[in-house]
Design a protein around this ligand. Structure first.
Ligand code: M6R
Length: 617
């Protein structure tokens, strides 16, 4: 939640900050603001409730005096509603100090009470302003050392935070601190950047440094200094950003979501690329890590939202190919139930952003309990991979739309690569069988392309007719079940329509009572050739709901004629082995959700109340 950007260098900072915020707006869009130290050493501030556009228009009409040092923020409101006053930056030290924040300061209420008692005044309801006032006081107390003031301030804060500050007495300096909230450094030539993630500065530099937990960073045009909260210097790991700036642009597409759905074939292909050698899975990141897999007796997959549904799909592959028992848990439930885990448990976390607080905390908890950890992540420099014993990056490229689409298929792909690898390392999967699955996986991108090319316009058309629908149900069995859940989540998230996903077999245990004449129900039908038994069961389920008047939309394999008598609409996917069907069947559901939200005139990229990266618990 909340996007943060900082700049120091020879260029006018305002434009750089606004461009950085535009790339981070997916992190929160309740309000936005910038603070710039201007050429004459004054601090210029502008902040406005609403999306970044409101701030941008305001600045265009009433520009700030230029300045080459600044910070910018885009907010997802936690403490205090989305108003101008609660927007960041917050000022302190007689309005000479500006502070922005991502996270939640859990003890802000006690701190605020103490500060009020000692005469401080506040202009907002935020926890951030408490940190700003504290920082201002420490700065005055120590005679004007901003880094030392940070050190004294963070020692009093509890919770999660990334804080950045500029002070008008220090043009050419931006100071930041992080605990359990993201911050990365971008290294330029005679200029440096800070950002919640690399998207903030990738158009200026691809050289980056990942800052660890509990560290303070000071950037100037000529240098970067990182110390821990005690003042000891720390070594930071440089990395090269592989995303290019154009990948995070909308290009000619109507929305980022439309662009990202169209990139689903590449997301799968790029995640496979470089990880197959001579027909065998060979994941360079896992070289020398066989011991992670040989001694394990159990895998627990933890994730949230769409990533958790990818984990559910991955469970089938891990159990089938690696013959290891697998449980999938929502990360926010996992660590509050005293799970039985230890050194023989591999905890696999899945996160597009690599910053989801619930998932991060669950990974830390698992490590503290002695479990081994592996993360599947899409974002370089993110926190969760840094907290894990091993990483497999998905190479979906930057995902900007709040609704996750291409990252979902990339996550399933990475899980399948992992399952094949673990199966081979543990001797559970023969070379011939593994090679056959690799061939199937390699065919997936082309098959997704076929779905996009042949089905998209029809799906968009009937999604348009359904703009007034109030509720949609999704049914699936086996690997189709998590896809039903994903289809429902996507629809809720961007079209604000009530939607539920069910295991088709569960229908008769209750949900069938929801079926009334005209109720739209999507049914994911397994292949009649590959899974005849399951196919027959699902066709029976279709008949049960059709008999009760449901409007049935099936997603079925090309050539499956058995569904025709019972379906109002048939969406086709190519023939694939059962475990590969989810990668194809989810595509029509992504297109449908996007088409329906568009027909309702909604912003598919920035749905209400949501943010892409959920960095609060
Ligand atoms: O960044 P993560 O993959 O950890 O995010 C997890 C969920 O918050 C995310 O998948 C969310 O459910 C999406 N907005 C769904 O489209």
């Amino acid at each position: 939640m909340c996007g943060i950007v900082g700049y120091v260098g020879p260029r006018d900072s305002e434009g750089i900050l606004i461009a950085g915020l535009a790339r981070l707006e997916y992190r929160g869009y309740d309000s936005a603001g910038v603070a710039v130290i201007d050429g004459s050493g004054g601090l210029g501030l502008r902040k406005r409730a609403g999306k970044l556009k409101v701030l941008r228009d305001d600045l265009a009409e009433h520009p700030l005096a230029g300045g080459t040092t600044g910070i910018g923020h885009t907010r997802w409101a936690t403490h205090g509603g989305p108003t101008d006053a609660n927007a960041h930056p917050h000022l302190a030290d007689d309005d000479k100090l500006a502070v922005i924040h991502n996270g939640i300061i859990e003890n802000f209420s006690e701190l605020k009470t103490d500060l009020l008692a000692s005469g401080a005044t506040f202009r907002s309801e935020t926890d951030t302003e408490v940190a700003a006032v504290l920082l201002g006081r420490e700065y005055r107390a120590n005679g004007g050392d901003l880094v030392e003031a940070f050190r004294a301030t963070v020692a009093r804060l509890e919770g999660a935070f990334t804080l950045l500050a500029v002070h008008e007495d220090h043009p050419g300096l931006v100071v930041g601190a992080r605990r359990n909230s993201p911050l990365v450094i971008g290294l330029g030539e005679g200029e440096n950047f800070l950002g919640s993630d690399v998207a903030a500065f990738v158009e200026h530099t691809r050289k980056a440094l990942a800052i660890g937990q509990d560290e303070i960073v000071a950037i100037t045009p000529g240098g970067v200094e990182v110390t821990d909260f005690h003042g000891d210097a720390v070594t930071v790991e440089p990395f090269e950003v592989t995303w290019d700036a154009a990948a995070a642009e909308k290009g000619g597409w109507s929305s980022f979501m439309a662009k990202e759905v169209s990139e689903e074939p590449e997301a799968v292909a790029n995640t496979i690329r470089g990880r197959i050698r001579d027909g065998e899975v060979a994941i360079p990141e896992l070289d020398g890590l066989d011991e992670l897999f040989t001694g394990l007796s159990r895998i627990i997959v933890i994730a949230c939202g769409t990533a958790a549904y990818a984990g559910m799909v991955g469970m089938y592959a891990l159990e089938q190919w690696a013959r290891v028992p697998v449980d999938v848990e929502l990360a926010h439930e996992f660590r509050y139930r005293d799970p039985v885990i230890g050194p023989d448990t591999l905890v696999v976390s899945i996160s597009q952003s690599g910053e989801t607080m619930d998932t991060l905390m669950a990974v830390k908890y698992a490590r503290e309990r002695g479990a081994r950890t592996l993360s599947i992540c899409n974002t370089q420099g993110a926190t969760i991979p840094r907290e894990s014993d091993a990483i497999i990056y998905t190479h979906a490229g930057p995902e900007v739309a709040v609704a996750s689409t291409k990252a979902f298929v990339a996550q399933i792909t990475a899980l399948y690569l992992l399952a094949l690898h673990v199966g081979r390392v543990r001797g559970a999967l023969g070379a011939t069988e593994a090679a056959q699955q690799v061939l199937e996986l390699e065919e997936v991108p082309e098959k997704i392309r076929w779905v996009l090319e042949t089905q998209q316009s029809r799906i968009e058309e009937f999604a348009g007719w359904m703009a007034d629908t109030r509720s949609v149900l999704f049914l699936g069995r086996h690997v189709g079940y998590p896809i039903a859940l994903e289809g429902a989540l996507k629809l809720k998230e961007i079209s604000y329509i009530h939607a539920e996903g069910f295991a088709a077999g569960e229908l008769k245990h209750g949900p069938i009572a929801l079926i009334e004449p005209g109720q739209p129900v999507f049914v994911l039908v397994p292949s009649p050739r590959e899974s005849p038994l399951l196919h027959a069961k699902v066709v029976s389920n279709i008949q049960e709901i059709q008999a009760r008047g449901a409007r049935v939309i099936v997603v079925a394999e090309e050539g499956d004629a058995a569904v025709l008598p019972f379906a109002d609409e048939v969406l086709r996917i190519p023939l694939a082995a059962p475990l590969f069907e989810p990668l194809l069947a989810v595509v029509p559901l992504h297109i449908f959700a996007m088409g329906l939200a568009t027909a309702k005139g909604l912003d598919v990229d920035q749905p209400r109340n949501l943010a892409k990266s959920v960095t609060v618990e």
